[in-house]
Design a protein around this ligand. Structure first.
Ligand SMILES: Cc1cc2nc3c(=O)[nH]c(=O)nc-3n(C[C@H](O)[C@H](O)[C@H](O)COP(=O)(O)OP(=O)(O)OC[C@H]3O[C@@H](n4cnc5c(N)ncnc54)[C@H](O)[C@@H]3O)c2cc1C
Ligand SMILES: NC(=O)c1ccc[n+]([C@@H]2O[C@H](COP(=O)([O-])OP(=O)(O)OC[C@H]3O[C@@H](n4cnc5c(N)ncnc54)[C@H](O)[C@@H]3O)[C@@H](O)[C@H]2O)c1
Ligand code: SF4
Ligand code: FES
Length: 828
């Protein structure tokens, strides 16, 4: 007769243990799992991705109901074990079931730590631990605006990032001077903070929370220094504590966690523990990879296979925030007895630190470029002595200058077989290579299905992809078809094609007809759909304000202190004494704390209160500069031949003509232009989305440059003779970008993806350029200045006031009022 194995807890570590046990000895036990949550086993890690709109709830189910049935596992969900009777060898649940066991495994995980602040029981104060918390945040973001996350650790920052994607204004309250202090040194932490601020996160550092304000629902947070911050939602992410109460009251030895030996055995016979609830050699762990290692040991033990005990793990972490690359492992702070190798490149936003103790790598921090993370992690785990060749870790054997890494494919090829590629699932390179060579996997998706690699947090996906390419060559790799977000499996091209073919004209219609699995869509797909529909049907499309990002809804950029900036348009960077006087008067009247000349040659009024925005726009009586939008931003010019003795052409006039023609144009991402009057290129036209440089007898047009985080020199598109030709080529190029780029893709990324030759070919004939210009002219013909529109139209003004209301208690705007916001006016 089979032995009875009962497991308490249906989470990631526990179920991974069961999976491994079933592989080793599928027939030994009759298995029962009791889980307090009402779902089958899901990927808790990916709750951050659900919040960020990169995955749906369906995507994160790891083992569906069928899996339990197929493996003959009895599953009790929504049921909590309240008692373990180790003498009678049975557990009792809150539904009065008594379940006997021969072997019992505790996999009860952790509980989020909740600060016991006065007011912490108010509605709107939550943790971020499970599906329910995630759903609460998504729902709250539909009706409220302002969120506070307490705790600037991994969880807090991922929660904050997700809430920003849900269009909330988010402040992170942290008690230390730098964020993620458990994983990062001060340099990496500041670089991370800067990047997150750029994404819209605000930080309140060295703040001790005192009490939560509000009546039934939270209204804000008071700090011990007496200051206050408004909030409609407070997410506590200040750490976790192992869930040990059940074990403790059942007489099992408990310290911080449930105490286990190297074989995961607790103080009681036939009772084991695995996962976050465990304390092993005085250590508790809150990351899955080491918990899977524990599960592997326990599986062998209970399958009757000889096993070396669990000796502890080196932990490594990566923050899962889009656009941010941070890795930390082991002892990342250097001190007496250790030496550190540091590489810092502020221009590229890259920082790498490797810490050595007597020649061995004991820890690392990588920011901006984490391509060496698996190599570094393997070095820490192996304990290999690098004395005398420490630099090989970052620079390779020959030592390449500048700290630049080899290509990802070269790095993948150079990895040793036992290097762990997927930390979440403990998958080594060898396992991936055998899935490719022996099981015929030709895509990352197939490798995921075979090995689980890349199936959890997804940060290892680029390395898995690189191993695939290094193993079979790029020609053999199956093209990846990825849905535009977790709400659909349809690609951008599928969606655009369907909008055209079925004449879909609202985001709701697209989501309904194309059977989105989340009928409301998410913060990733809604703005994209709004853009695609507007691009395809410029005349019919009614811009959906509620589908816009927060800055675009406000027609102003939100600043780190919650105030806004106002940037009027100054064509080509040329102003007049009258306009300067107007700007000065407005700055004085509204007590603008900072007046700043921007890099794009205009004037930024910073620190403006939200309620002052419309009146300032009125007093300025100048067009919006669209400093907040995915639209044409600026056309920077040099003085050209008007004054400069080197100038060969009139750069100012060319720049003003371009700006006047293409202002207010909606584009997949922001677009910056520049015009220089001679090849000395003072306007830096060759790092712009489109740059025009005067040469003798004509102009050169450069495209797809970028001056931001990843500097990219623009490519020469063409040479033309007249100003009229510059305008026509620019129109054709911008329209081709509008029609073929993914929403959110800068021209530099788009050009690399589609290839410069494709772009040149698409614009090669006069006929093609004329057709593109005809289409862009229709769109341009629909645009109106958004500031003026709001001032002149009462409905729009009401919609603006409602959608940008400062605190939620004043009720959220309905989508109907948002929809009243007519075409063209949206940030372009
Ligand atoms: C938002 C988020 C993002 C994360 N991201 C990462 C990441 O990127 N990388 C990483 O390595 N880790 C990450 N983690 C941590 C990771 O999810 C955990 O380490 C892992 O889920 C722990 O697994 P576990 O099985 O020990 O516990 P859990 O997954 O918490 O499972 C325990 C289960 O037991 C149930 N339970 C408890 N007591 C009882 C009882 N008495 N009766 C019945 N059932 C009970 C609980 O309801 C729970 O469902 C993240 C965590 C969160 C919340
Ligand atoms: N990407 C990832 O690997 C990932 C993502 C999310 C969660 N997790 C795991 O989930 C668990 C929970 O994450 P976490 O970030 O809550 O835990 P944590 O303990 O790593 O971080 C909590 C942070 O909150 C700060 N803090 C504590 N008290 C505070 C207070 N009163 N006010 C302001 N700040 C305060 C701490 O200084 C710390 O930086 C951890 O085990 C973490 O490793 C991992
Ligand atoms: S780019 Fe040439 S024309 Fe323009 S300011 Fe510089 S030197 Fe003068
Ligand atoms: S490292 Fe998280 S899925 Fe691979």
């Amino acid at each position: 007769m089979k032995q009875r194995l009962v497991m308490i807890g249906n989470g990631m570590a526990g179920v991974s243990f069961v999976e491994q046990l079933l592989k080793l000895n599928p027939n030994r036990y009759e298995i029962t799992i009791i889980g307090a949550e009402p779902y089958p086993n899901y990927n808790r890690i990916m709750l951050s991705s659900v919040l960020a709109g990169d995955a749906s709830m369906q995507d994160i189910i790891l083992n569906d109901w069928d899996w339990y049935r197929d493996n003959h596992i009895t599953l009790h969900t929504g049921e909590t074990v309240t008692k373990i009777d180790s003498a009678a060898k049975e557990v009792v649940t809150d539904k009065d079931a008594a379940i006997p066991y021969d072997e019992l495994v505790l996999a009860t995980g952790s509980l989020p730590y909740m600060l016991s602040l006065p007011g912490a029981d108010k509605e709107g104060v939550i943790a971020f631990r499970d599906i329910k918390d995630c759903e609460t945040m998504i729902e709250t973001a539909k009706h409220y605006r302002k969120a506070i996350v307490i705790g600037g650790g991994l969880l807090g920052l991922e929660a904050a990032s997700g809430l920003i994607h849900l269009n909330m204004e988010v402040s992170v309250v942290h008690k230390h001077a730098h964020i993620m202090e458990r994983q990062l040194d001060a340099t990496a932490s500041f670089m991370l903070q800067e990047e997150l601020e750029r994404q819209g996160m605000r930080f309140l550092l060295q703040k001790q929370s005192d009490s939560i304000l509000g009546d039934a629902r939270v209204r804000g947070l008071r700090f011990q220094d007496g200051t206050e911050e408004l909030a409609d939602l407070i997410v506590m992410a200040v750490g976790i504590r192992p869930n040990v109460q059940l074990a403790k009251k059942s007489g099992i030895e408990v310290n911080r966690g449930i105490v286990v030996d190297d074989y995961m055995q607790t103080s009681e016979a036939n009772i084991y523990a695995v996962g976050e609830c465990v304390e092993h050699r005085a250590t508790t762990i809150g990351l899955v990879a080491p918990l899977y290692e524990q599960g592997a040991v326990l599986a062998k033990k209970l399958a009757g296979v000889t096993v070396d005990g669990y000796k502890g793990s080196v932990v490594s972490t990566k923050l899962k925030v889009s656009g941010v690359h941070v890795f930390s492992a082991g002892r990342y702070e250097d001190g007496p007895g250790t030496k550190a190798l540091r590489v810092q490149d502020d221009l590229e936003g890259v920082y790498k630190k490797i810490v050595f103790d007597h020649g061995k790598v004991v820890g690392a921090v990588l920011f901006g470029d984490t391509s060496e993370s698996s190599k570094v992690y393997a070095a820490i785990r192996s304990g290999e002595d690098y004395t005398g060749r420490e630099k090989e870790i970052l620079f390779g054997g020959a030592g390449s200058p500048g700290g630049r890494s080899a290509s990802p494919i070269d790095l993948a090829a150079a990895m040793s077989g036992d290097e762990i590629v997927c930390g979440c699932n403990g998958v080594a390179k060898d396992t991936i290579v055998s899935a490719i060579m022996e099981r015929g996997c030709v895509s990352v998706g197939e490798i995921k299905a075979c090995t689980k690699a890349s199936g959890s947090c997804g940060t290892c996906k680029p390395v898995v992809e690189a191993i695939l390419t290094a193993t079979i060559g790029s020609e053999q790799v199956a093209p990846v078809k990825e849905g535009i977000c977790g709400c659909t499996s349809l690609t951008r091209d599928d969606v655009v094609e369907a909008i055209r073919r079925m004449r879909l004209t609202t985001t709701k219609e697209v989501m309904h007809v194309l059977e989105w699995n989340n009928p409301e869509g998410c913060s990733k797909c809604r703005p994209a759909l709004n853009y695609y529909i507007g691009m395809i049907y410029p005349k019919e499309h009614e811009d959906e304000l509620e589908s816009r990002f927060v800055n675009e809804r406000n027609h102003a950029n939100i600043q780190k202190d919650g105030t806004f900036s106002v940037v009027p348009r100054i064509y080509g960077g040329v102003t007049t004494p009258e306009d300067l006087k107007k700007i000065a008067t407005v700055a004085e009247k509204y007590h603008v704390p900072l007046v700043k000349i921007t890099g794009g040659q205009r004037i930024d009024l910073l620190g403006v209160k939200k309620e002052d925005l419309p009146n300032m726009w009125k007093d300025l009586n100048m067009p919006s500069g669209y400093a907040y939008g995915k639209a044409l931003r600026t056309v920077k010019t040099c003085v050209g031949n008007t004054f400069c003795r080197f100038g060969t052409q009139d750069a100012i006039k060319m720049g003003i003509d371009l700006e006047k023609k293409f202002e207010r144009l909606n584009t997949p991402h922001k677009v910056k232009l520049a015009v220089s009057g001679c090849p000395r290129n003072c306007a830096e036209a060759t790092i712009k989305d489109l740059g025009v440089v005067a040469i003798d007898g004509g102009w050169e047009l450069y495209v797809a440059g970028n001056g931001g985080m990843r500097v990219r020199a623009a490519d020469l598109l063409t040479k033309v003779k007249t100003e009229e030709e510059v305008l026509k080529w620019t129109g054709a190029y911008l329209q081709y970008y509008r029609e073929t780029a993914n929403f959110g893709e800068r021209t530099s990324e788009w050009s690399l993806r589609v290839g410069l030759e494709t772009i040149k070919k698409a614009l090669a004939t006069q006929e093609d350029r004329d057709a593109l210009n005809a289409r862009i002219d229709v769109t341009l013909g629909q645009t109106q200045d958004p500031w003026k529109q709001i001032l002149e139209n009462e409905d729009l003004r009401n919609a603006f006031d409602a959608l940008t209301a400062p605190v939620s208690s004043e009720a959220a705007a309905s989508s109907e009022s948002g929809a009243a916001y007519k075409k063209g006016g949206g940030q372009g």
